[in-house]
Design a protein around this ligand. Structure first.
Ligand code: NAP
Length: 300
């Protein structure tokens, strides 16, 4: 029996684990992939307060699991299949076993959305990518397209512009939603060509992507397509247990408590999340501290 089980080892889950274990709770963190979360796909993190050196996501997250383990948290690579409550105790069923806990924090984050063009799925891994830091290297001195107009698309277009010969930045409107400072950098980068008011209709190629066709039927030869069109919350485990908002995000109060007692949600999965590492870490701390209060109260 654990005091707290945390599902997801991104910034929110690991921060929660640091707090709960440091406050003396027997803590288990479960992660289906490697610890670090979605942010490990980012090429540069420059806005985390107190960290002045610009690092990529993998470097940035490297010591978070170690910090949680230092205070006694266990981290296991197991996919959670089901979450349910039985006689006031949580049962967390994974691919290997069933764990029990007094409280659960769900920090399963979000995953990149698909843009929806023809060939997107078929060419994923063969020229269509959702991660510039993972795949950018393959496009040295080549031509790539980036789709999207948010912070991720513009930041990753800048990253790719340092590797690729040319980057087409394709946005469906004529205004970006990315931060003005990032937009300015993009406008000042000579090898980024912006294409406004267009979407990608189709990718084509033999084995690998060789080009794209835009909504205006214009054809552009590219070697790769990077898709950054927003995130979808990973709510599968709890969507039938708790209240959600219209976008499927989990409703929480200021303590990160969901509509079910003893079940907390933190990070990208919760309503009104600004989807920033610093905010996810903050959520994790809030959820962690309040979970400890809840567990101590139930012990009394
Ligand atoms: P986002 O802000 O939701 O932007 C998604 C972009 O994709 C929008 O420009 C949207 O166009 C476009 N789009 C959506 N569906 C599309 C489709 N099917 N085809 C073509 N274009 C499509 O997503 P994000 O950039 O991933 O950012 C998510 C959150 O993380 C945001 O809150 C962002 O501020 C934050 N973030 C922050 C940083 C940072 O602070 N350094 C870095 C990365 C992300 P419209 O504009 O027309 O809707």
């Amino acid at each position: 029996m654990y005091d707290v089980i945390i599902i997801g080892a991104g910034p929110a889950g690991l921060s929660a684990g640091i707090y709960t274990s440091r406050l003396g709770m027997k803590t288990l963190i479960l992660e289906k992939l490697n610890p670090g979360g979605q942010i490990t796909l980012s090429s540069e993190i420059e806005n985390y307060p107190g960290v002045c050196e610009v690092k990529n996501g993998i470097e940035f997250m490297a010591c978070w699991p170690e910090q949680a383990k230092k205070f006694g948290a266990e981290i296991k690579s197991e996919e959670v299949k089901e979450l349910r409550i039985e006689n006031g105790e949580w049962r967390v069923k994974t691919s290997k076993t069933i764990y029990k806990a007094k409280a659960v924090i769900v920090a399963t984050g979000s995953t990149p959305k698909k843009a929806g063009f023809e060939g997107e799925i078929e060419y994923t891994g063969r020229g269509v990518s959702y991660c510039a830091v993972c795949d950018g290297f393959f496009y040295k001195d080549k031509v790539v397209a980036v789709i999207g107009g948010g912070d991720t698309a513009l930041e990753e277009a800048l990253y790719l512009s340092k590797i690729a010969k040319k980057v087409y930045l394709i946005h469906r409107r004529d205004k970006f939603r990315a931060a003005p400072s990032t937009q300015k950098k993009v406008f000042n980068t000579p090898n980024i060509e912006i294409i406004y008011n267009e979407t990608v209709k189709k990718v084509f190629g033999k084995e690998f992507v060789e080009g794209i066709i835009l909504s205006s039927n214009k054809e552009i030869k590219v070697d790769g397509v990077f898709v950054f069109v927003g995130m979808k919350v990973n709510n599968e485990l709890i969507k039938d247990l708790v209240e959600l908002n219209e976008w499927g995000e989990v409703k929480v109060n200021l303590n990160m408590e969901t509509s079910l007692k003893g079940l907390y949600a933190a990070g990208d999965i919760r309503q009104n999340s600004v989807k920033q590492v610093v905010a996810a870490a903050g959520d994790g701390a809030v959820a962690g501290i309040n979970t400890v209060k809840y567990v101590e109260h139930t012990k009394e």
